[in-house]
Write a protein that binds this ligand. Structure first.
Ligand code: SF4
Length: 408
């Protein structure tokens, strides 16, 4: 087998890591510096952005230890039957790269995942070794996000938590039967067991200290990724799975990753990726569950899909017009949070302002980017929506106009 230089390995293993969305930056436009114009690129691989526990946006070196894998998950370009170029770092090489990039100020941390080499324990040992070397030998204080191999022994998962800031275990697909069909070597029971073990570790580390301080364990918690659009799961089924994961394992985040068609894949997988707006709507619905006090069942039924034309909060308000308009001068926080177009910060600002003055439309204009979207649903000292709240064409008035598709 040809020996690859470090640069080539980095190219292969950073590209292979791009399918993992659990620390991906998103929402930017595509830019590159091809043709000698400008510096940098938003679609390059290798460095991604994540949010540290204190809310700072940090850059991470995002790579796989190896894209060799003994498993054959149908949706994955690294599966054993895939004809993709392979590479493998040693733990020491990952350590050197991380320290090198860190010292040159390119990154503030590492996101490390891997295909399964030999078996789960061997792979997990290698991942843990990287984190251990960084922390113990080099006193590395940057951020480390490690992927947990679900079938690895609990002792190794526990060790990973002692060195990593965040651990993630990918649930992969929203439905049990899809996982069985597309990832036959994976076992949902193992995935849940590993998530449970991480939760126990995180909870134990937070217990108030008695005699001795409990050791730190994944202080940034755990996250997971679900692939959207590979199986026939509805948005309702996807969000139901997320609701269960947040409740049972106290995940910090579920990441939704639109399925990317891969070469030579089975005919059971779709040929096209789902529209990106679907991924976006799922994130919006997820935020409603985590920060706005919505139950999943209020947003969407199990067998339903989200409306792609309007955001899920507006869709809920349009279905529940009897709850509106909301008086911004008297409503409690819970009701304010349900108003389409009002974010958490704007609601808190309104509550603050109410201690000093009566709220008028001009205040709302300063706090929100879309006054037109808000007006049918609110009352202020100088505004009442009248019949606008119940107007039959309200959705059409508020939905953004459809975009003309580009032909060339
Ligand atoms: S175990 Fe992970 S890397 Fe291996 S084929 Fe499955 S998804 Fe891909």
């Amino acid at each position: 087998m040809a020996v690859l230089d470090l640069k080539r390995k980095l190219a292969i293993l950073s590209d292979a890591a791009k399918y993992d969305a659990s620390c991906a930056s998103s929402g930017s436009v595509k830019r590159d510096s091809m043709g000698g114009k400008g510096v940098g690129s938003t679609d390059g691989m290798g460095i991604c952005h994540a949010y540290a526990p204190d809310g700072r946006c940090i850059s991470l070196l995002k790579i796989l230890l190896t894209n060799f894998c003994v498993y054959d998950c149908a949706y994955c370009v690294n599966r054993v039957s895939s004809n993709t170029p392979r590479a493998r770092f040693t733990p020491e090489e990952v350590v050197d790269l991380t320290l090198g990039f860190y010292k040159r100020n390119y990154i503030e941390g590492l996101f490390l995942s891997s295909g399964i080499i030999r078996n789960a324990d061997y792979t997990m040992e290698q991942l843990v070794r990287v984190a251990k070397l960084l922390r113990e030998v080099h006193d590395f204080r940057g951020y480390i996000h490690l992927k947990v191999i679900p079938e690895a022994s609990p002792a190794l998962v526990n060790e990973a938590g002692l060195y990593a800031d965040r651990l993630s275990i990918n649930i992969e697909l929203p439905k049990d039967e899809s996982l069985a069909a597309f990832a036959p070597e994976k076992d949902l029971g193992d995935i849940k067991k590993a998530m449970g073990a991480v939760r126990v570790g995180v909870d134990a580390a937070k217990e108030p200290a008695r005699k001795a301080r409990p050791p730190k364990f994944a202080p940034a918690g755990q996250s997971t990724q679900m692939i959207v659009g590979a199986d026939g799961a509805s948005d309702g089924e996807i969000l139901k799975r997320s609701e269960t994961l947040y409740g049972a394992y106290r995940l910090r985040r579920v990441y939704y990753s639109a399925f990317s068609p891969i070469p030579d894949s089975t005919a059971r997988l779709p040929l096209q990726r789902p529209p990106l707006v679907r991924e976006h709507r799922l994130y919006q619905a997820d935020w409603l569950m985590r920060f706005y006090g919505f139950e999943r069942a209020e947003i969407i039924g199990e067998g339903e899909d989200l409306d792609l034309t309007v955001d899920p909060k507006l869709a809920w308000a349009l279905r529940n017009r009897g709850d509106f308009p909301v008086d911004l001068n008297s409503a409690d926080r819970e009701r304010l949070l349900r108003v389409p177009g009002l974010g958490v910060r704007a609601c808190d600002r309104i509550l603050d302002l109410r201690g000093h003055k009566r709220i008028v439309l001009e205040d709302v204009k300063r706090l929100s980017r879309g006054l037109a979207k808000l007006k049918p649903f609110i009352v202020t000292d100088d505004w009442r929506p009248g019949g606008l709240t119940d107007a039959a064409d309200l959705k059409a008035r508020l939905a953004p106009p459809p975009k003309q598709l580009e032909l060339f």
